[in-house]
Design a protein around this ligand. Structure first.
Ligand SMILES: CC(C)(COP(=O)(O)OP(=O)(O)OC[C@H]1O[C@@H](n2cnc3c(N)ncnc32)[C@H](O)[C@@H]1OP(=O)(O)O)[C@@H](O)C(=O)NCCC(=O)NCCS
Length: 339
């Protein structure tokens, strides 16, 4: 017997998807490299020369990821000129949810009053925002939803081991958001690419606190519920996978690196971005960088950088923009957008 023919969700043609508004929020408290030098054996010179990071933001004790996400979401809604009633779906990319469940997206929904929206979180570590953009795009092109709120939000200070100088100098807190919607005309997301390699899970992870190693006093004392990272391996794979992802999204969009008005990369380490710029034969000025001010904010990083680029006029209508990210999983993703 022949398998049933799948029924298309819509017979209407695929739609182009545009980012119609962006927003971001970073907590007030600034933690400088000198502040960190009082916590662990490190110094400003080491951190700046190895990473490019000068300071990062730290959320208040009573600020959870959904609080950061909500502020970024409200800014994006205002920027896009939409209300909570317009939102059909809320996606929050995060590795620091308020709690294991409900999803952080549900908390955001309640706080912004988007009663009609479906909600779920996306777990792809630092690549999460672009994974969520791709999911949003699929829902919009298929005519399932019209308006999607995509957020990358993290309170990484809650999972950093503040006694480990190898990791604690790298991370910060923040949130970025984008509103995706079908907009007439050809401009919008042109190509997207996502990849993963679960065989490399052990080079960047939080080993404790899940079903594999539930939290006990003993493993909390060993800080198994904090980020563990093999820095050198992570660095190597970050460069190769972001380059491969960028090359793929550019090829799919039929765009050359020189055609790009700007590149918005994951904000992990300035040296990683410099290596990518050099191999793409692009000047560093073409790259949007804020890691000196915020450090690595995981899923929020590229979303905050996108908002800053939008609000400072880095992209003009019609410009080609490349977003490219990398994170634990391992995961990587890229997207070419015509602004
Ligand atoms: C973490 C990272 C900055 C380290 O830089 P590096 O040049 O590889 O440094 P190394 O690991 O070789 O460490 C060199 C020395 O500095 C020391 N060191 C590590 N952290 C330090 C710190 N904060 N301050 C001072 N010294 C430090 C190490 O202990 C090591 O000392 P040793 O030689 O006596 O053992 C770099 O590997 C990196 O950025 N990796 C990618 C991380 C990342 O992007 N993670 C998130 C991905 S989403």
């Amino acid at each position: 017997m022949n398998p049933p023919t799948p029924r298309p969700r819509s017979s209407q043609p695929k739609r182009t998807v545009s980012i119609i508004g962006t927003g971001s929020y970073v907590p007030e408290k600034v933690l400088t490299n000198d502040d960190l030098a009082r916590l662990v054996e490190t110094n400003d010179e080491w951190i700046v020369s190895r990473t490019g990071i000068r300071e990062r933001r730290i959320a208040a004790d009573d600020e959870a990821t959904s609080d950061l996400a909500t502020k970024a979401a409200l800014a994006a809604m205002e920027n896009a000129g939409i209300t909570a009633d317009d939102i059909d779906l809320i996606l929050v990319a995060t590795v620091t949810p308020d709690m294991a469940f409900p999803s952080t997206a549900c908390f955001v929904q309640h706080k912004i009053g988007a009663k009609g929206a479906a909600c779920f979180d996306v777990s792809a570590a630092c690549s999460g925002f672009l994974y969520a953009v791709e999911i949003a795009q699929q829902f919009i092109t298929s005519h399932t939803y019209d308006t999607v709120l995509v957020i990358g939000a993290e309170k990484l200070s809650s999972i950093v081991d503040w006694t480990d100088r190898n990791t604690c100098v790298l991370f910060g807190d923040g949130a970025g958001a984008a509103i995706l919607q079908h907009r007439g005309g050809g401009h919008g997301v042109i190509s997207t690419f996502m990849g993963s390699d679960g065989g490399l899970a052990d080079i960047l992870q939080i080993p404790g606190g899940g079903s594999r190693t539930p939290t006990t006093k003993d493993n909390a004392d060993q800080r198994l519920n904090c980020i563990k990272m093999n820095g050198k391996e992570t660095y190597k794979h970050a460069v190769t996978s972001m380059l491969a992802a960028a090359t793929r999204a550019l090829a799919d969009a039929d765009i050359k690196p020189a055609d790009l008005a700007c590149v918005i990369p994951h904000q992990a380490n300035l040296r990683i971005i410099e290596a990518i710029a050099s191999r793409m034969d692009l000047p560093m000025e073409r790259f949007v960088i804020n890691l000196d001010r915020y450090g690595n904010t995981s899923a929020a990083a590229v979303a905050i950088a996108l908002d800053e680029a939008n609000r400072t006029g880095r992209m003009k209508v019609g410009d080609y923009v490349l977003l490219v990210v990398f994170g634990g999983g391992l995961t990587w993703a890229s997207s070419v957008i015509q602004w």
